[in-house]
Design a protein around this ligand. Structure first.
Ligand code: GUN
Ligand code: ZN
Length: 462
């Protein structure tokens, strides 16, 4: 059998090969820095060929089908737009049960809703149940990779990765390190114990199948200096093996003031993390709403990434992320999109794009649909340094796909008849903000979610 992973169309013989046909959109370059029209491929009638979970070919149906005419297993999606699965760069699966809780800004919301809920995850049964619900929610929305906070307990990490293994999803998760300024049941026993446990979980899960591990200090106020020091060392020890550092940064005024009181001699919040070895090219910083110029420069120089969480920022009244500052071409910072559930109010990356546009407009900056969809797919993969594996539909990439339903409602079907370009169509998809736009989700070539199938969710055969 021959498998050729490049752009030449080479016939393969034998093997469990399948095709997915329909309108296809994928990005291969960054529209913030190059002509947006030259950053994507669009096939109005395309065909993706998948073998053993990997895309081996893609192109116009007429051309590709001739090369693989022996393949009978072709799923044909009409009135649909097939895209790479969406990438959620920051989300708390453990907060699924408190999504949409009324009435507070970040620090009060943490005290009132988040911390009490997170204490419950020492119970493995509870963690298992929430993990199961969480995966269904994100897969239903077409999210195929997420960068996820668990919480203090080993059980919370195991429950998450066990469920991820069942779907064979490429996920990033880790234990949250937190040893102060929290309710006692949620606190780590000691800095040393927390880092020992993180390393144990890292060894258990990192690169087990498609799973990846992150070292996760929650944010500066909930870690002692000793814990920040040891967590930074743990990250430095494993970062060359692809382990991540994932945390929150510059989300709200009160949070920043608290960090200032804790570290009065630091020039800014980012430099606190930096002083503990936490800011470099596998670091993902969620929010970054209230950044000083020198903090963007530090992130740019270190090649770290930001997760933009618009619905959460609006819901918690944090502040407004300034995409035009993050993506400034002279010192660009890799930028992905995130729901930040339970601060965010839904699991849909498409609906985050709706909020991306509106938060930008509050500053009289519009952002076009191509840039939005890039950030939701390839941009997210770049932010997670996974752009050679996920986020594009191209030979050699893992076949994680979302199938957008262009007839998700009678109204959207009708509304789309008044669009005359791909660009307009994409913008309407974002702007209507429907929650049933995704009709099918593929993980490594297997259809794990289908809105019109019974059952909707299936664990793929492994
Ligand atoms: N900062 C520290 N913890 C959290 C959290 O759980 N959610 C959000 N949005 N911000 C945080
Ligand atoms: Zn968060």
């Amino acid at each position: 059998m021959e498998r050729k992973i490049n752009n030449d169309h080479v016939k393969i013989i034998g093997g469990a090969t399948k095709g997915i046909r329909g309108e296809i959109l994928t990005f291969y370059d960054n529209p913030f820095h190059t002509n947006p029209e030259k950053c994507y491929l669009h096939y109005s009638d395309g065909l993706i060929i998948i073998q053993d979970g990997i895309i081996i070919d893609v192109g116009e149906y007429n051309k590709i089908h001739q090369l693989y005419s022996e393949i009978s297993d072709i799923e044909h999606y009409t009135d649909s737009l097939i895209m790479p699965g969406f990438i959620d760069c920051h989300i708390h699966y453990v907060q699924s049960p408190i999504i949409g809780s009324y009435g507070d800004t970040l620090l009060e919301w943490l005290e009132q809703y988040t911390f009490p809920m997170e204490t419950r995850y020492s119970d493995k049964n509870f963690a298992d149940k929430v993990a199961k619900i969480f995966f269904r929610q994100i897969l239903e929305q077409g999210t195929t990779t997420a960068n996820v906070f668990a919480t203090t307990f080993e059980t919370s990490v195991d429950a998450f990765f066990e469920e991820s293994e069942k779907y064979n999803t490429r996920m990033i998760c880790g234990k949250v390190l937190q040893d102060q300024n929290l309710p006692d049941p949620l606190k780590d026993i000691s800095a040393e114990e927390s880092v020992t446990l993180s390393e144990k979980l890292l060894k258990r899960w990192h690169k087990k199948g498609r799973q990846l591990y992150a070292v996760i200090p929650r944010f500066v106020p909930t870690s002692s200096k000793e814990q920040l020091q040891m967590a930074g060392q743990l990250y430095q020890k494993y970062k060359n093996e692809g382990v991540y550092l994932h945390t929150h940064l510059n989300e709200s005024e009160e949070e920043i003031a608290w960090v200032k009181r804790l570290f009065p001699n630091s020039i800014n919040y980012t430099s606190v993390y930096d002083s503990f070895g936490m800011i470099d090219n596998n670091s993902i910083l969620a929010h970054c709403c209230l950044m000083k110029e020198e903090e963007w420069e530090l992130m740019h120089k270190s090649d770290s990434s930001v997760a933009h969480c618009p619905s959460s920022n609006l819901f918690l009244g944090d502040g407004i992320f300034k995409y035009w500052e993050a993506t400034r071409s002279d010192r660009a910072v890799k930028t992905g999109i995130a729901t930040d559930v339970g601060g965010g109010t839904n699991f849909s990356i498409l609906r985050q794009l709706n909020e991306v546009y509106k938060t930008a407009m509050l500053n009289k900056k519009n952002i076009d649909a191509l840039k939005c969809f890039y950030m939701a797919t390839r941009g997210g993969a770049e932010a997670l340094n996974l752009e050679d594996k996920i986020g594009s539909i191209a030979p050699g990439y893992e076949a994680d796909l979302a199938v957008i339903d262009l007839k998700a409602s009678d109204f959207i079907e009708w509304r789309l008849t008044f669009t005359s370009s791909l660009f307009e169509k994409l913008f309407v998809i974002i702007s209507l903000g429907l929650d049933n736009m995704n009709k099918a989700t593929y993980i490594a070539g297997e259809k794990v979610f289908d809105r019109f199938r019974t059952p909707k969710f299936i664990y793929p055969k492994t």
